[in-house]
Design a protein around this ligand. Structure first.
Ligand code: GLC
Length: 678
């Protein structure tokens, strides 16, 4: 059952695709203590748990910290980080009795704070200072059969926000990326090395260096003289290119995208409603398309044609929180401030002041208050809204622009698309990667804990930069993270230009052999992953779930925060600590332990319900088939184009219902597309 309440004057975020009647009075759970500013309060019991909030740090159970929904460029994220790149305002309050558990979605375009027992361990306080909020309270359906309340509430929520984005089959292949592949030769070398070391490879991402002067939709002809034939050459080998597109458009007269955007008035404006707002990103001074407007989305989306015409079928959208290095105003203020230090004897205080000046221009709130977006109110009226009050929609609407644009350009095909910033609603148009993480063990752990929340909020196609984007990865971290990455729908090894090089052939021979074997498992599992993903997307299910979502009355499953169900048949318990050769694993039901090594299944072993220490050598992948379930393992291949769909072995019990299609058709449905594997 879903109840809806409106407070203040919220904007239409586009998150909800169903008509839900308005409920009267106080919300069914919690209490709205104030409507302006909005504040919702709920008193927790000592054992209340909170699941959800999508892209957020800390545990699967979010109780005990304070989060903010505010799409942020957060390269140095850690346990203290309050906001990540996405704004995902849905969570479930799990009480002992499933009758008292409920889900809440706070539909809002502006900043929300979620005090989950931070100020007082017993209280949840959700507040919003700016525009209004539409509150949805979701309770479990009585007639849900065996489904847990946690799953059922999530499924109802997912239904009202619409079907999750489904990438093409090749989007599940292994992506190699690095900020620093500058030329065609660089990319060719990556491809050749993967071939030489027999490492499967599906695609290579092109970071900002492929563009001419960081201009969106341009290709630097000096670095990529003939992108079209290069893309074709790679595609003939089953490998695709995935270029990046940034939110900021370089301010440069004579650059067609800028000229057109300026002439048609498509960029975000200052308070006067006339002057384009200017801020610095990769290309220097840039303007920002007002993605909240449908005409601007259609325009920007159509620009992808420049690259689809070259044979490109996949993109990643970046810097769309939007990230801003400086604005004209903040830069001027910084220079002015610097002047004041000239000629002074800088003591400890003034020196710190001095050194903070250049960093002070990054992503400033007052810069976000200097420009406007045209947003739609609930009754369909469009009006200019100061950006900070609708900030959380910007990145998601860029994904919508790209998703709709690509669909218009190639109606018969699904394209690959993922973004950095997001909001609920944008899950229908593309996936997300979880931004600039570090080569740290606790960032791998963070991914394990974040994936269920992302799935709850509809972002099934997601994954982290394997091995860490920044800093110095290590061979063992790469091995462990790859062993996790093969289970995430988006599987990408990406790094910063100054991070340790971490293409899989850069490590010891032993490690390269192990990476090959791990990747072979990815390809062996790929039809299963695709099949489970599509089924989950079409039935509003989660592809990755915590144990508690299937065993909500089992205290141990409820406490378990570092094991995951992957689809209906598998469980994983990744090792995420250095120098540990295995770990304790909790089995809520008897399972079959599979060990994969040297490119094949080397053992199958029954494990009883309960706690077991499971050794997981660095060169192997250990995973588990659930009770009464089966998983098909296909013959590993070098990429999806080479995958043989008729060669498989079945591990586990009974049969498996495999969803299959041509891998790119835009018409995705289950009827007539299930092959029974026995
Ligand atoms: C941002 C992205 C990162 C990318 C870099 C350069 O930091 O998050 O993935 O490599 O920009 O484009």
């Amino acid at each position: 059952m879903i109840r809806k309440y409106i407070y203040g004057s919220p904007v239409n975020t586009g998150a909800i695709v169903e008509d839900i009647p308005l409920s009267e009075g106080n919300p069914l759970y919690g209490c709205v203590e104030s409507t302006s500013p909005f504040c919702w309060h709920y008193s927790m019991n000592s054992d209340t748990k909170i699941f959800g909030l999508g892209e957020a740090v800390r545990g699967m159970n979010k109780r005990g910290y304070c989060y903010e929904s505010w799409c942020s460029d957060v390269p140095r994220q850690d346990e203290g980080t309050k906001s990540m790149y996405g704004a995902h305002n849905f969570f479930i309050v799990k009480e002992k009795s499933s009758k008292e558990s409920f889900g809440v979605f706070f539909e809002s375009a502006s900043r929300l704070t979620f005090d989950f027992g931070f100020t007082d361990y017993s209280d949840i306080l959700v507040s919003c200072k700016d525009t209004g909020v539409v509150l949805y309270v979701i309770t479990a359906e009585e007639n849900r059969g065996k489904e847990t309340a946690l799953s059922n509430i999530t499924r109802q929520f997912r239904r009202i926000i619409g079907q999750s984005y489904i990438p093409p089959f090749w989007g599940f292949g292994y992506q190699q990326s690095r900020w620093g592949y500058k030329t065609e030769e660089d990319v060719r070398e990556i491809v050749n090395k993967h071939k030489e070391y027999k490492l499967p490879l599906e695609s290579v991402c092109l970071d900002i260096d492929y563009m001419e002067a960081y201009k969106d939709f341009s290709v630097d002809k000096k670095k990529f003289p003939d992108m079209k034939s290069f893309a074709r050459e790679l595609k003939d080998e089953g490998i695709r290119l995935i270029p990046i597109i940034d939110a900021g458009v370089k301010l440069l007269d004579g650059y067609d995208v800028y000229d057109e955007g300026k002439e048609k008035g498509y960029f975000c404006k200052k308070a006067d409603g006339k002057t384009d707002y200017v801020a610095g990103v990769w290309p220097g001074r840039s303007c920002f398309p007002d993605f909240l407007r449908s005409d601007v989305r259609a325009w920007f989306g159509s620009k992808y044609k420049n690259l689809t015409d070259l044979g490109i079928e996949g993109f990643w959208n970046d810097m769309n929180e939007p990230a801003m290095f400086y604005s004209d105003e903040s830069l001027a203020a910084a220079f002015e401030k610097l002047e004041t230090f000239k000629g002074k004897n800088l003591d400890i205080n003034t020196f710190f002041d001095f050194s903070s000046v250049s960093g002070s221009t990054f992503n400033r709130l007052d810069d976000y208050q200097r420009f406007y977006n045209r947003a739609e109110s609930l009754d369909g009226q469009e009006k200019p809204m100061r950006h900070d009050t609708v900030h959380n929609l910007f990145g998601g609407k860029m994904t919508q622009a790209a998703g709709e644009g690509l669909k218009a350009l190639m109606p018969e095909k699904r394209c690959l698309l993922y973004s950095r910033a997001s909001c609920i609603g944008s899950h229908r148009y593309g996936g997300i990667w979880t931004g600039d993480n570090n080569a740290r063990w606790n960032h791998m752990e963070q991914e394990i804990k974040m994936l269920p929340g992302l799935n709850m909020c509809g972002f099934l196609y997601s994954g982290a930069d394997i091995g860490g984007f920044a800093e110095l990865t290590t061979e063992d971290l790469m091995l462990r993270w790859m062993a996790l990455g093969i289970f995430t729908p988006l599987m990408r090894n990406h790094s910063a230009w100054d991070a340790r090089e971490k293409e899989l052939y850069r490590f010891s021979q032993k490690a390269t052999d192990a990476f090959r074997s791990i990747l072979q498992l990815r390809y062996a599992l790929l039809p299963y992953i695709y099949s489970e993903f599509v089924k989950a997307a079409l039935t509003s299910d989660m592809f990755i779930r915590p144990l508690s979502f299937d065993f909500e009355d089992d205290e141990r499953s409820l406490e378990c925060q570092d094991q995951l169900f992957v689809g209906q048949s598998l469980m994983i318990a990744p090792v995420y600590k250095q120098n540990e050769n295995g770990r304790m694993v909790y089995f809520p039901e008897p399972m079959l332990q599979l060990t994969w090594k040297d490119g094949k299944l080397i053992s199958q072993k029954k494990i009883a319900k309960g706690d077991h220490y499971i050794a997981q050598p660095l060169d192997s992948v250990v995973f588990f088939v659930r009770k009464g379930k089966a998983v098909p393992l296909f013959e590993p291949s070098m990429n999806t184009a080479a995958l043989k769909h008729d060669k498989y072995q079945l591990a586990g019990k009974g049969k498996y219902e495999l969803y299959e299609d041509d891998g790119f058709t835009s018409d995705v449905h289950l009827e007539g597309r299930i092959r029974i594997l026995k």
